[in-house]
Design a binder for this molecule. Structure first.
Ligand code: XMP
Length: 544
């Protein structure tokens, strides 16, 4: 079956990724491409969406696209800048808005007969965010919705499949925005809504088998959800041809190496566990500067991983030659690196750099998926829930959570404090009902039903949590009759959807009181517990 797709041309808007998210929620496959990379020869493209942009259509450096590449062949929807660009290019007029049109607005004079607005409420709320506005439409175009301040809030062409909306249907505050996108994708473009985890697994397994044949594949496991799902998917496709390498750098969470190895073995994966903690800790001895720590860990990791990979490559026979390096790269990793405005929001820290002589090709089976889709695929592969809902954990591990020089003893102290925090988050259950419960369930969070309410652990309600040891700071405390002079631990728990922005989680006071008591009473070397209440930006998730 051919994979129908919608192309989203990215003109640099902050919300381009959200358009893709909404389309995926509609079970439609879509791809974000830079504004100038429309795949003219791809027969599977059934529609195109032009995103918003930080530019005005009049900026000399504004991004421009040749509409002739798709006009008349497939339906086109312009959003905000996209709508203004189409109008401007085809002979309409775009001018600076008297006042910036920003925030909530209500549509009026909606043409409910237009396919784009099928099922809309007469005064549907939308979200506007633009400095320019369309003041005249091109010949052959007509308005299909207005607001109090925006005459051409939405338009359509009379005789060809082109639509434009100056509001942002992809954002939450456009209440019927998803319906509008559904109308475009399904009713106008003829999208099949068949992008489901089960279909993804079936198609990907087939493709992987074709791609890999009888070759062998190496994959680096981190214990995280992305690399684990990639491994199980590949295992489904090529079984024992896949060898996974899991490196213990000595700064994992308490018991994590053993626990995760056991999980992988239960899943039938062929995993080589490498305990390289002595090497890492020796190389880190006395190093305090965060970037230097990262560099040492990155370098050591490549060295250890490559040594194992080389053994596999060299021992593989010509019948089953090792030709592939698989990675759990996911879609947001790649979109960020494609960011066309050239602004790096987050640099990627994941390990790369296999020597050329190994001659391995990259295989990235999850490269089209968002994080929540990876989790859905993991569930559809039958993976255990605790592996799927595991919080993200940084590659350099507790090294970025020990401020100051790293020693085995500090790692042990931090592991204990972190373990108490994480276990408590798993144990503490919160009851939710109504809209909150629906939101949590829609996100696929595992929950128990009780008397019409749902019960969810704090762990599953937050994006990520952990403890940081401020090992250069000591403060006075009193325990029993004794004065202590020990380190503080800072707890951090954040809510987020992609780690690019994050807010501190509002954990219940009784929970925090219990965790603080537990840590101070049970972890020797810690006499004070703080909770980090900074958001990202301006802070980051990890302290480093
Ligand atoms: P920051 O601290 O930049 O973290 O707000 C954003 C997310 O990335 C994780 N993180 C890392 N992940 N290797 C990784 O694989 C790293 O070096 C690394 N540093 C930070 C962090 O835990 C958070 O989820």
């Amino acid at each position: 079956m051919q994979q129908q797709k919608i192309i989203i041309l990215d003109f640099g808007s902050q919300t381009t990724q959200l358009i893709a998210r909404r389309l995926r929620e509609l079970d439609t496959f879509c791809e974000i491409l830079p504004y100038n990379k429309f795949p003219v020869d791809d027969p599977d493209v059934i529609g195109v969406i032009l995103s918003g942009s930080p530019y005005s259509v009049y900026d000399p450096e504004a991004f421009r696209v040749d509409l002739g590449q798709f006009r008349g062949r497939i339906p086109v929807l312009g959003i905000c800048y996209g709508a203004q660009y189409i109008s401007h290019t085809l002979g309409g007029r775009v001018e600076p808005a008297g006042s910036r049109e920003y925030g909530r607005a209500h549509l009026s004079s909606i043409d409910l007969g237009d396919l784009l607005f099928r099922g809309f409420e007469p005064d549907s709320q939308v979200w506007m965010s633009h400095g320019d506005t369309i003041t005249a439409l091109p010949d052959g175009f007509h308005p299909i919705a207005s607001t109090d301040h925006v005459r051409y809030a939405a338009y359509a062409a009379d005789a060809e499949p082109i639509w434009g909306v100056q509001f942002h249907p992809e954002v939450f505050h456009s209440v019927q925005g998803t319906l509008l996108l559904r109308n475009f994708v399904v009713d106008i473009c003829g999208g099949r809504q068949d992008w489901s985890p089960a279909n993804f697994v079936e198609q990907t397994v087939e493709e992987l088998r074709r791609q890999i044949g009888s070759d062998r594949v190496i994959l680096g496991l981190s214990g995280g959800v992305d690399s684990s799902v990639a491994a199980v998917l590949l295992h489904r496709a090529v079984g024992r041809q896949l060898t996974c390498i899991f490196v213990d750098h000595g700064m994992l969470r308490k018991n994590e190496f053993q626990d995760v190895m056991r999980d992988y073995e239960c899943l039938g994966l062929n995993v080589i566990g490498v305990d390289a903690s002595d090497k890492f800790l020796a190389d880190l001895d006395g190093v305090t500067e965060p970037e230097q720590k990262r560099k040492i860990i990155g370098r050591d990791f490549i060295e250890v991983f490559n040594a194992e990979a080389r053994k596999i490559v060299e021992s593989s026979s010509s019948a089953g030659k090792c030709r592939w390096l698989a990675q759990g790269t996911i879609y947001p990793d790649r979109i960020e690196s494609l960011n066309i405005t050239g602004k790096v929001i987050k640099s990627h820290h994941n390990v790369g750099g296999l020597p050329r002589e190994m001659n391995l090709q990259l295989c990235e089976p999850l490269k089209w998926l968002f994080k929540d889709e990876v989790r859905r695929v993991g569930r559809s592969l039958g993976m255990p829930e605790h592996l799927i809902t595991r919080h993200p954990f940084p590659g350099p591990g507790l090294a970025v959570r020990i401020l100051g020089a790293i020693t085995r003893e500090k790692v042990r102290v931090l592991q204990e404090a972190d373990d108490i925090f994480i276990r408590s988050l798993r144990q503490y259950k919160v009851r939710l009902s109504g809209e909150e419960a629906r939101r949590v369930l829609a996100a696929g969070v595992p929950a128990d039903m009780r008397d019409g309410e749902i019960e969810v652990s704090l762990y599953n309600q937050i994006w990520q949590a952990g403890a940081t040891l401020l090992s250069d700071v000591r403060s006075v405390g009193v325990m029993g009759d004794e004065r202590t002079y020990e380190n503080p631990v800072a707890l951090r728990a954040v809510t987020s959807t992609d780690a690019m922005t994050a807010d501190w989680a509002r954990l219940p006071y009784d929970f925090m009181a219990r965790v603080s008591n537990d840590i101070i009473n049970k972890v020797k070397g810690v006499n004070r517990v703080c909770y980090d209440i900074s958001s990202k930006p301006p802070s980051t998730i990890e302290w480093e």
